[in-house]
Design a protein around this ligand. Structure first.
Ligand code: PLP
Length: 389
């Protein structure tokens, strides 16, 4: 059976060049980077090379990059580390209602400890409104955390503007850039960022490694206590091989990011146009221009997302829906809900994310199958029959 992977936002396959570099690190960089002998120093050299590549790519100083276990740890660290370090100044945090659960659940955890969180709403495209942000800022606001690009809808947020506002008010600004890295130019200074979360497995690197940018001078509490690794801010023996893989994945972005983006757009736009022309009752979600180049999020009217996903899966096509199975009922995701997608459409919310290895033939195969499946599912839908008599 043909296999078509259209879930690159969930994770990406590891690139050959990354695997080769990791293999080299397995062989040569087996020392503990904290050991001061020859073999330890060699491993440290590999780690520092990766740190420099990543720092350069986002316009940071290498000393501002801290390796972690991934985007989730970075998000937890930014939220809780800031809250604990700044609680004497204030206990109010601003975020948005469409953040990743790593942010939202960290905020909910803090709420139980007496912190107050404002969850900014989003407009119909999934963008926060600057006026709403300004209204939400209080004397005791210590942190604003807004994601650079949404993982479901692909909408990009006005990060630079938010950063300017935070800076003027003396509030720390964090952005989860896990989905944006490689698809959107990032410069931590131009964007006025104090902290930023990154993850390797979304950019064709290994899973389980990430990096947090923390601007020089910004003091947040450590999240992991133990040894003196990562400038005494993130304890634990370095995950050397994965860090090396992360560095190599970013090196590939440095050399080819523009070409990757051109490829994503070509494939994604072809998918979008074929679906819009050949399937009725389809709605595009997210912002039409200010969006990730590889993301297409649509709501297909009168079909159930889970049924669609499973039917596509049986044809070897991997996508993601905006629904999550919770306690036996199919509940639309918090992001789809925030966008106010109509009842007949919300359950058919589907995310297609293309990548470096997606071809036009993959898209042709997908759309041909999708048409058949949608027709079959609608034939079984009483709502469809009722609405389209
Ligand atoms: N933030 C966003 C926007 C994401 O899409 C993800 C992954 O899905 C994460 C954070 C979590 O990153 P990781 O999988 O590296 O923990």
């Amino acid at each position: 059976m043909k296999e078509v992977y259209l879930d690159y936002a969930a994770t990406t396959p590891t690139e050959e060049q990354v695997i080769n570099k990791m293999y080299e690190a397995y062989k040569k960089a087996y020392g503990n980077p904290s050991s001061i002998h020859l073999i330890g120093r060699r491993a440290k050299g590999y780690v520092e090379e990766a740190r420099e590549i990543i720092a350069n790519y986002v316009g940071a100083d290498p000393k501002e990059i801290y390796f972690t276990s991934g985007g989730t740890e970075c998000d937890n660290w930014a939220i809780k580390g800031t809250a604990y370090a700044k609680q004497k100044k204030g206990k109010h945090i601003i975020t948005s209602c469409i953040e990743h659960h790593a942010i939202l659940h960290s905020c909910e955890y803090l709420e139980k400890q007496g912190f107050e969180i404002t969850y900014l709403p989003v407009d119909e495209y999934g963008s926060i409104e600057i006026a709403e942000l300004k209204k939400a800022i209080r004397e005791d606001t210590i942190l604003i955390s807004i994601m650079m690009a949404n993982n479901e809808m692909g909408t990009l947020q006005p990060i630079k503007e938010i950063g300017e506002i935070a800076k003027k008010k003396g509030i720390l600004f964090h952005s989860d850039a896990v989905q944006a890295l490689g698809s959107v130019p990032i410069n931590v200074h131009e964007m006025n960022l104090d902290m930023m979360s990154l993850s390797a497995h979304k950019i064709y690197g290994p899973k389980g490694v990430g990096a947090m940018y923390i601007k020089k001078g910004v003091r947040i509490d450590p999240f992991m206590h133990g040894g003196a690794q990562e400038f005494k801010k993130r304890a634990g023996t370095h995950n050397v091989v994965d860090i090396v893989g992360f560095g190599q994945a970013v090196q590939m972005l440095k050399e080819n990011d523009k070409a990757y983006v051109i490829h994503y757009k070509k494939i994604r736009d072809y998918l979008r146009e074929r679906i819009l022309q050949e399937i009725e009752h389809v709605q595009l979600n997210g912002h039409h221009e200010r969006r990730l180049p590889n993301n297409l999020n649509i709501s297909i009217g009168y079909v159930e997302g889970e049924a669609l996903l499973l039917s596509l899966d049986m044809e070897g096509i991997c996508v993601s829906t905006g629904s999550a199975c919770s306690s036996g009922s199919l509940k639309p995701s918090h992001v789809a809900t925030a966008l106010n997608i109509g009842d007949d459409f919300i359950h058919g919310t589907t995310r297609f994310t293309v990548g470096r290895f997606t071809s036009l033939e993959d898209i042709d195969y997908t759309v041909d199958k999708l048409k058949e499946i949608v027709t079959r599912l609608r034939a079984m839908s009483p709502t469809y029959r009722e609405r389209n008599k």
